[in-house]
Design a protein around this ligand. Structure first.
Ligand code: CDP
Length: 218
């Protein structure tokens, strides 16, 4: 099987994981949600009560068993997919993701997973840092109002109460922290294709990306 790497980056709520999961299913690619990995580390860091700003406090990652399979995140064998979406993790993940030692370990891990077969990774620095030679790089955007509204509807569907105003603030703060950090910030790679998803349906975005994959694969 020919190796093929797809990198999907973009700010919070731009649709990366929804779109990536659907494309992976349709094309039988392996999917890795790199945001879920940063969230799992945040979950563990909070449990251990370390100082999240202290780059030297993350040695625990060496012994951590992180696995992403069937769209679920496992930490030391336990499925933490639901826990890592909770507000406490969401509100701290960008602080954890700023640390250089965390990013170095995640990059190494993600590159190993992506080195074989046909893969799709979504995150913030996949095209610009983790997979600089990816066959296709996509940068998804949407207005912040649209992104907050999507999160609001997602929460509603999952039975989680949330406020649109608070979601707007949380997303704006996280985007700012992600885009201004020193190491591997959220950034569009020079050779990435930008897709503004504000006015597009999920199916339309998937169709556009699948078309690009086919153009580059065959
Ligand atoms: O799904 P959502 O857009 O809320 O975020 P996510 O993809 O789960 O990512 C959560 C956080 O992890 C981001 O806000 C970043 O701080 C961090 N992250 C990162 O720094 N680099 C990545 N490649 C992926 C996520």
């Amino acid at each position: 099987m020919k190796n093929f790497q797809v990198a999907i980056d973009g700010p919070a709520g731009s649709g990366k994981s929804t779109i990536s999961k659907l494309i992976a299913k349709e094309l039988k690619f392996q999917y890795l949600d790199t945001g879920a990995m940063y969230r799992a580390i945040t979950y563990q860091a909070l449990a251990l009560k370390i100082n999240l700003e202290d780059d030297t406090a993350y040695q625990f990652i060496e012994k951590l068993k992180l696995e992403y399979k069937n769209d679920k995140m496992y930490l030391n064998g336990k499925d933490v997919s639901l826990e890592i979406r909770k507000p406490n993790v969401t509100n701290n993940v960008s602080t954890v993701a700023k640390n250089k030692s965390v990013r170095i370990k995640m990059k190494d891990f993600q590159q190993k997973i992506a080195s074989n077969g046909q893969v799709i990774l979504d995150g913030r620095d996949i095209g610009s840092n983790v997979l600089p030679n990816a066959n296709l790089k996509v940068f998804l955007t949407a207005t912040i109002e649209c992104r907050a509204n999507r999160r609001f509807l997602e929460n509603q569907a999952a039975g989680i109460k949330s406020s649109l105003k608070e979601l707007l603030e949380e997303i704006a703060l996280r985007d700012h922290t992600d885009a201004t950090r020193k190491y591997a910030p959220l950034k569009k790679a020079d050779d990435a294709v930008t897709i503004d998803t504000t006015e597009l349906s999920i199916n339309e975005v998937c169709a556009e990306i699948i078309k690009l994959i086919h153009e580059r694969m065959f």
